[in-house]
Design a protein around this ligand. Structure first.
Ligand code: CA
Length: 289
């Protein structure tokens, strides 16, 4: 992947920050730094860095609390964390944290060793099976990889299919219901995709937006089938009683879709394909009415 990885350093000792920043910038990383826990949380939510280096001793909330709050927020829960720990003590508390969610390196650390940890994490999260936590479908890194391959072929079609209005839906019914709706769309699309047999690809870009691609002679019709099934399924995303009582008062979910054909290219790269699709995204149906 040619993408620049973003690193967030959470540390209040200016010298340590300066050293880390200079070192990782020289390695080609985009480096952000925060000197307090609260500032760090705001930054992490805004920039969703690829890796976080988290010092345990901070002036406001400690590193464990920062870690806990990262894990409770949708945008930051999946970000790998490397704790910078004192050599003595405190590591027992690390043992209580969920496995696999973090790594740690005792201070003073060697920069080469820290870089190796960061690279390992990036390799795992970017080139590994990078499946979306919510739907179990391939996430952005795999989507980009797939599109890159596909750009070398002809006769493909790419669909972007999703739901708009999820935010209001989530505010009304809660995040669990919102996530359930996204999962349901993923399952429905996976079902349609499965009927198309081998060679079709389905991934979840996040926020309820799905990418479906394949050979045009198959995948054009499959995309249309998916849209009509989705339209039929929308009412089931709502509680039956509310649907019967006041359908007009419910937060509307809109199906949005965009289609792009290989012949409309050339495209500069996988990101350009996604961008063209996003620009073209338009409503194709609405529910629950
Ligand atoms: Ca510190």
């Amino acid at each position: 992947m040619g993408r620049t990885a973003t690193l967030l350093i959470i540390e209040d000792e200016p010298e340590t920050v300066a050293v880390l920043k200079a070192y990782f910038q020289a390695q080609g990383y985009r480096v952000l730094a925060a000197a307090s826990g609260e500032e760090a949380l705001a930054m992490a939510r805004e920039h969703t860095p690829d890796v976080i280096l988290l010092d345990i001793r901070l002036p406001d909330i400690d590193g464990f609390e920062v870690f806990r709050r990262l894990r409770t927020h949708r945008r930051t829960e999946g970000i790998p964390v490397i704790f910078l720990t004192e050599r003595r003590g405190r590591q027992d508390r690390l043992a209580g944290l969920e496995l696999g969610a973090y790594d740690y390196i005792p201070k003073p650390f060697s920069l080469q060793e820290l870089r190796a940890r960061v690279q390992n994490i990036l390799r795992r999260s970017q080139a590994g099976p990078a499946f979306d936590f919510l739907t179990g479908l391939p996430g952005l890194p795999l989507i980009l990889e797939h599109l890159e391959e596909q750009l070398g072929r002809t006769g493909w079609v790419a669909w972007l299919i999703g739901l708009e209005g999820l935010e209001a839906f989530g505010e009304h019914y809660g995040f669990v219901a919102r996530d359930d709706a996204i999962r349901a769309v993923g399952l429905l699309l996976a079902g349609v995709n499965h009927e198309g047999g081998e060679g079709l690809f389905l991934g979840h870009l996040g926020e309820g937006l799905f990418l479906m691609t394949g050979e045009a002679r198959q995948a054009v019709a499959l995309g249309e089938k998916a849209l009509s099934r989705l339209q039929n399924a929308l009412p089931y995303f709502y509680p039956l009683q509310e649907l019967e009582e006041d359908p007009a008062g419910l937060p509307a979910l809109r199906i949005v879709a965009a289609r792009l054909m290989a012949a409309e290219g050339p495209f500069a790269g996988p990101e350009a394909v996604l961008e063209a699709l996003r620009r073209r995204l338009a409503p194709v149906g609405a529910g629950p009415r």
